[in-house]
Every structure is written in structure tokens, then in C-alpha cells.
Design a binder for this molecule. Sequence first.
Ligand SMILES: [Fe+2]
Ligand SMILES: [Fe+2]
Length: 229
Amino acid sequence: MSLYAIGDLHLSFGSDKPMDVFGGGWNNYIEKIKDGFSHLCAEDVCVLCGDTSWGISLEESLEDFKFLNQLPGRKIILKGNHDYWWATAAKLKAFFEGNGIDNIDILHNNCFVYRGAAVCGTRGWLMDGEADAEQNGKIMAREVSRLRTSLESADDSLEKLCFFHYPPRFKNMVCQDIIAMMNEHRVKNCWYGHIHGYGHRFAVQGEVEGIFYKMISADFVNFIPQKIM
Ligand SMILES: [Fe+2]
Ligand SMILES: [Fe+2]
């Protein structure tokens, strides 16, 4: 029984946005995902760090969820910036139940306990200039609050692992409030996705000030879920 993580599967069975058009590592990416997951067994758990489906509604994403559901292992999903299908946890749960999706859980203002560790996280935010300073501040505050809720939902005795869609550090950008929240809860390891292609070279990986950062965007890890514990 092991814990894995991967981000950015960008599935598009129900929408017309196959990632193969980007070429390079994305060629035959569905086959690569199947191969990558074939190493997991039913008792394993895999955290999916956002940008899971291109669908813009739950209905449009259904085929993607069905695809995920038949891959081995339980999946814990968190929201990415392209997950427009995302809805309230109650609505997602009901949709999954109504459609026979029985091995996908939602990480949103909560946590999951796994072998003495707590799987915590939130989408996060990247101060990349797309929004103005006031908007950036509001979005960041909301994400920090979600991270706090997730971390506080875990028992103090558990080691806390953090999963994000956006990197807490990228190039020279540092999400101080997210990092402060991780420090407050003694988080030592975090994983993130979102960064693709050319951006990979600017990723912050390894230990910085007591926290280990690992980028697990699917195209960066060759579509193989990365073993965590
Ligand atoms: Fe993204
Ligand atoms: Fe992505």
C-alpha cells in the first residue's frame, strides 16, 4: 500500500482538447498515463494535483472521471486553474455517486489520513501578474485560509504533507503566506504541478529553508505517478 502523486493529467475524453497537439512529451499521453498507473494496485492512493480534466462542466468531464475510475488505486483530487467543472464537495460527491465513480475523493478544506501522515492541500496561487495587486491579495488570502482549514483538520500527531496545484515557489516568486502556513504546521514536504514544458527549467525543487519542494506535473515526470511513501 503506497501513496503517490501526479499533477496535470489534462484529460479530454469529453472535450476536444487533446494535449498530443503540443507534441514532445504529450504524444500518446493517454497511453503513458495508463502505463504509469499500471504500477499501482487497488489499495494504493494517488493525489492528483489539479488540471485533471479540460471539461467545462461535470457532464463534459464524466468520461475523464470514468477513465480515472478504472485506473488502479484511490485518487484524491484537488483543484487546478483549468478545472472549470469543479463544484462544491457535496455536488461533486453526488455526481460521482450517481455515475458509479467510486474511487475519487475531493481534497478541499479537509485532509485524508494515510499511514500516519495527513494529506493536506489546496490549489494555491501564483503571483504572476495576471491579476492586480488587490485581486492577487484576495485570492492568496482565500487559498491560505483553505490551506489552514485543511491543515487544522488533521490531528496534531500526524506528519502533514502538502499538495498544491500552483508552486509555492517559482522562479524568483515566493508565496510567503503559504510557506508561513506550512511552517506553522511543521510541514517538511510539498508537491505541486501546473508548470509545463519550457517552464520546467524555472521550477524550484529540493530543500529551501526547511521545506522540500517537488514538481510533479505529468509531462515533467513522464506521466508516472511519483511514489511518496
Ligand atoms: Fe495549471
Ligand atoms: Fe496544467
